[in-house]
Design a protein. Structure first.
Lengths: 372, 605
């Protein structure tokens, strides 16, 4: 009965809060630049409902998502002022959090009402570092919490085998570690963290993405391509018609130089041969060779036959960066290059064949033996 | 007791046992300008006493032979030794075929010496990148009985493939293309086995799938050969690799419970208990001839029908030809199919090839353009806390890979794949990269006071592969079969565990070292795999079970776990009984005897 009264009082409190609160846009943590400062317009666009995790009162709570736009009417962010119960076995409390997602539905930040701080299970308030930890957790879209039921996380972690020294940090359920769960959530705030993560990364993301697709315009794609955000850039690159690659080649090389290995690979796979074969473009890409990841280097080597021949010269300066298989790829390609080109780089090969610090110089020696 | 056959030129075939003290080697008399040159080739894996060295047969297809490796986890292992007979006394130059497995601007990790008749030869070995002959020094042989030892100096995976003695100082044959012929010539061996054994079914690969196939077929009364290149069964589930079995039992719970594992953490010492259970259960079948430590090296097909599989003992070099009307490829790497000319695929298909895209994960799941970013291979390791301080060195060659990563244990996500590396052809480099990552990360962890009593307990040296060749069957199992929960009329395997596809974490975050992976999970209800994915499309008498079954890259993501692959094995074992009964090929079980086959499977529960 007491639990029921607590639950009712929580629901009543939410209703009261809904009447009183007016959201502002001033996040505590925000992983984009200052988009939130540009917001002059908000518009409620849809609602989404979330089932309570409580095992006794299995309720659904509805939340409204707003589209936030700037003065020019350009959409910038999705937002939801979320008030939710955090319940476990009938014990409930309220969590208030203002969540920001970017236009692809990826979480980018949150804010709170100072008067309604987040609390831990024992009703202690979050400390400053706890808020930072929550932001880090919410920023991880593949968190260890994703596949776990709440019940998996509470006292259900299997006991390690008798030889505990061998495996004391292991969780036999999936091979993940207890430590990993512990490290990813706020100490004492597991219920709050779990509830919020599943709201932020729940079906609402797909709804936002669908909404964005309904707005899809070439202006929006252009905006994505020219922003400094990796997820926007990759999205825009995927939308980009190959015939437009040349038009945006300066921006794409800028992205290439700053983005992650995944997007680098994507660019190198997609770049049309007629663009890559331009000397200026070849120089731009191949000159990055020492600064990029090994997978991207492999793709540059595989693309060499489509690039301008100057790529052969450029790579000859970076031979000591090549893995064994990459060196084999390069040497294989050299078998087919004309003599005048080969002569230009032979000196570098000879140098490499004598380089005692390069572990695969024996491949170069073998090659030089066979190609005079 | 294993019987070893060996042959010496100009001598009759000798039959001997491994307990014999003498190792047979051939001394060839070569005449060059009237000067007699003596030469002796000794395969390291044939050493009579391996000491603390282990036989590593994983990379035979790439470097030519099983080899001995000093896997001491930083503690030099006991000497390996052997006795041989020379025909002639005299001065001999000595080479070892070896490699520096972590070349760079530091001391080679795996250094060793050769000792002849108690005296160490001059040069330290293991210093040259790539497999090659390194000159060990010269020795005076004053008696025809010669004792040779391998003396490990570091405990860090020094390796020796073969030792060559010659009265000439001419470098031994080093050309990859000629080496095999040269070896056989010196050992007076041929590729064609002299011994031939016939069975109803030949199963190659004794992982969970192969074991299940052998048991299921044996229970139906077939005479089965189970060929496996390790001393114990289970593959990735064995105590040598220690991954626990996951998935459901489907219709084969009784069979799979003979060979599965408990749900201990990956890497747990408890794997040894399930090992005993598995080995005992397979060995109890009188109609399974178990060939442990035998590695298949060829399969021959005539008119798309395999006539035989040839295998070689990983230590003695003895060869046997296995004939049967039908064969199971459960090698994981699809070797039998590959040698026989079966169609196969490798790598990640483009998203449009089978329509397997998943927007949430985009390129990490299924790329727009096909590529080689396959799931990687793992090496798991464990350490234990002792009662006293344990030292572990700082290793430049390991720090280069581990950077500042610290760990005292390694789980499934210690995984390595890179697009310039092939999971089969470059498996040794992949394994060695992981060894460097492990030793380096452990060394970093040991610098912390809290880990001062930790000691490396166990590090696998066997590559735990997830993905390699996929042989193509009449049906290619894809992500869509999971999404649609397709109810195949020939469904013989079922699974409800998530589709679980990995990518290297550094693709998204360059701060993560390159030997760690991230898993993407697709939650699913129970889905089914059809029998048509378990036999080859173009090799008429070839079944496949295990990760080399007919699927796409994403299709492999779910069924690659070992209870699912075990179900595949059991399913083909049962199918082979139908094949035998009607003298038909695997496809005809589907086209003509499906109901009888399904009924027989139902009886397995």
């Amino acid at each position: 009965m007491l639990k029921f009264l607590t639950f009712i009082s929580v629901i009543l409190s939410i209703m009261e809060l809904n009447g009183q609160m007016k959201s502002d846009y001033n996040p505590m943590f925000f992983s984009m630049n200052n988009e939130w400062k540009e917001i002059t317009k908000d518009e409620s666009i849809f609602e989404f409902t979330v089932k309570s995790l409580d095992t006794i009162y299995n309720t659904e709570i509805a939340h409204t998502v707003k589209l936030l736009s700037n003065n020019a009417g350009e959409p910038k962010l999705f937002f939801s002022d979320i008030e939710t119960t955090v319940c476990a076995d009938g014990e409930c409390k309220i969590a208030n959090i203002k969540v920001y997602w970017n236009l692809l539905g990826n979480y980018v930040g949150y804010g709170i009402y100072p008067e309604y701080p987040l609390t831990k299970f024992e009703h202690d308030e979050f400390e400053k570092e706890d808020y930072a930890k929550l932001h880090k957790l919410l920023s991880d879209d593949n968190s260890i919490l994703k596949r776990r039921k709440m019940s998996d996380l509470i006292d259900k972690v299997p006991v390690a085998p008798s030889n505990t020294n061998l495996s004391k940090d292991m969780d036999g359920v999936s091979g993940a570690t207890k430590r990993e769960v512990k490290e990813s959530v706020v100490k004492g705030g597991l219920y709050s963290c779990y509830t919020l993560w599943h709201i932020v990364h729940g079906p609402v993301k797909d709804k936002m993405k669908d909404y964005m697709l309904s707005l899809n315009t070439s202006e929006l794609n252009r905006y994505f391509l020219y922003t400094p955000y990796k997820d926007y850039q990759l999205y825009a690159l995927k939308q980009l018609d190959k015939t437009k690659f040349k038009t945006h080649s300066e921006q794409i090389i800028k992205i290439f130089k700053t983005t992650d290995a995944l997007t680098k690979s994507y660019i190198l796979k997609k770049i049309p041969s007629n663009v890559l074969s331009e000397e200026k473009i070849t120089v731009e890409y191949y000159s990055t060779f020492p600064d990029i990841d090994i997978n991207s280097r492999t793709l540059l080597l595989k693309k060499i036959k489509f690039a301008n021949p100057i790529s052969v010269n450029i790579l000859s300066r970076y031979l000591d960066y090549l893995t064994k298989n990459q060196m084999e790829l390069y040497l294989k390609y050299l078998e087919s290059v004309p003599n005048h080109l080969y002569k230009k780089i032979k000196g570098e090969l000879v140098k490499m064949s004598k380089n005692k610090n390069y572990p695969y110089s024996y491949l170069v020696i073998e090659f030089l033996k066979n190609r005079k | 007791m294993v019987v070893v056959y060996n042959k010496c030129k100009n001598k009759s075939i000798m039959k001997m046992t491994l307990s014999n003290l003498l190792l047979t080697v051939c001394t060839l008399m070569l005449f060059n300008k009237s000067i007699a040159q003596k030469e002796v080739l000794i395969e390291a894996e044939r050493f009579i006493d391996k000491g603390g060295w282990v036989i590593d047969p994983q990379f035979v297809e790439q470097m030519g032979s099983p080899y001995l490796m000093a896997h001491g986890m930083g503690v030099p292992v006991a000497n390996a030794s052997t006795s041989i007979q020379f025909n002639e006394e005299g001065t001999y130059h000595v080479w070892a075929r070896t490699k520096n497995w972590a070349p760079g601007n530091w001391d080679a990790p795996g250094q060793f010496k050769i000792i002849v008749n108690g005296k160490a030869l001059k040069n330290t070995l293991g210093s040259t990148p790539g497999w090659s002959w390194e000159y060990a020094g010269k020795t005076r042989v004053t008696s025809t009985d010669v004792e040779i030892q391998l003396s490990d100096l570091t405990g860090f995976n020094g390796r020796c493939d073969a030792i060559y003695f010659s009265q000439s100082k001419k470098m031994p044959q080093d050309s990859d293309s000629k080496l095999d012929t040269w070896r056989k010539s010196l050992l007076s061996e041929t590729s064609i086995p002299e011994k031939e054994q016939a069975y109803d079914l030949v199963v190659t690969g004794g992982g969970i799938a192969g074991c299940a196939a052998a048991i299921a077929a044996a229970e139906q009364g077939l005479r089965v050969a189970l060929i496996h290149d390790r001393p114990v069964l289970g593959g990735n589930a064995s105590e040598e690799i220690r991954v626990h079995t996951l998935g459901i039992y489907g219709k084969f719970e009784r069979i799979l419970k003979m060979i599965d594992t408990k749900h201990y953490p990956n890497g747990s010492f408890e794997a040894k208990y399930d090992q005993k259970k598995r080995d005992k259960n397979v060995k109890k079948f009188k109609n399974i001839d178990l060939f442990l430590n035998w590695r298949a090296y060829d399969a021959t097909a005539k008119n798309n029908v395999i006539t035989h599989v040839d295998a070689k003992h990983t230590a003695s070099g003895e060869r046997i030809r296995f004939t049967a009307p039908r064969f199971v490829d459960s090698t994981g790497d699809g070797w039998i199919g590959f040698w026989a000319g079966a169609d196969f695929s490798y790598g990640r298909e483009s998203a449009t090839t089978y329509g397997e895209e998943w927007d949430e994960w985009g390129e990490l799941w299924s790329p727009e353009e096909a590529d080689n970013f396959v799931m990687g291979s793992s090496l798991i390791f464990q350490s234990t806390e002792t009662n006293e301080t344990q030292t572990f060195p700082h290793l430049l060659w390991a720090a280069d890979i581990a950077e500042d990563h610290q760990s005292v244990n390694g789980e499934w996500y210690w995984e390595f794949s890179r697009n310039d590396l092939h999971q089969i052809h470059d498996a040794e480099e992949i394994r060695d990269h992981m060894l460097r990552a492990i030793y380096g990360s452990f060394s970093n962890a040991k610098k912390l006071d809290k880990n001062k009593n930790y000691k490396l307990e166990w590090v696998s040296y066997l590559v735990g592969k997830r993905e390699s060749r996929r042989l193509i069957g009449d049906h290619i199992f894809t992500f869509n079969d999971v999404k649609n929960l397709t109810k195949f009329k020939d469904a013989v395997v079922e699974e409800s565990r998530e589709v679980d596809v990995h990518f290297q974490s550094n693709l998204k975050d360059s701060s993560v070292p390159d030997f760690l992976s991230t898993a993407i999970f697709y939650e699913t209800e129970k889905y089914y795999i059809p029998y048509r994915s378990l036999y080859s499309k173009n090799i008429e008498n070839l079944f496949m079970a295990g990760r080399n079954f007919s699927c796409s890259h994403i299709g492999l993501g779910g069924p690659r776990v070992m209870l699912t692959t075990g179900q595949m094995g059991a399913a083909v074992g049962i199918a082979s009984a139908i094949c035998k009964k009607y003298n038909v090929n695997p496809r005809e079980v589907y086209t003509h005897h499906l109901q009888e086959y399904l009924d027989l499977i139902e009886k397995q529960r």
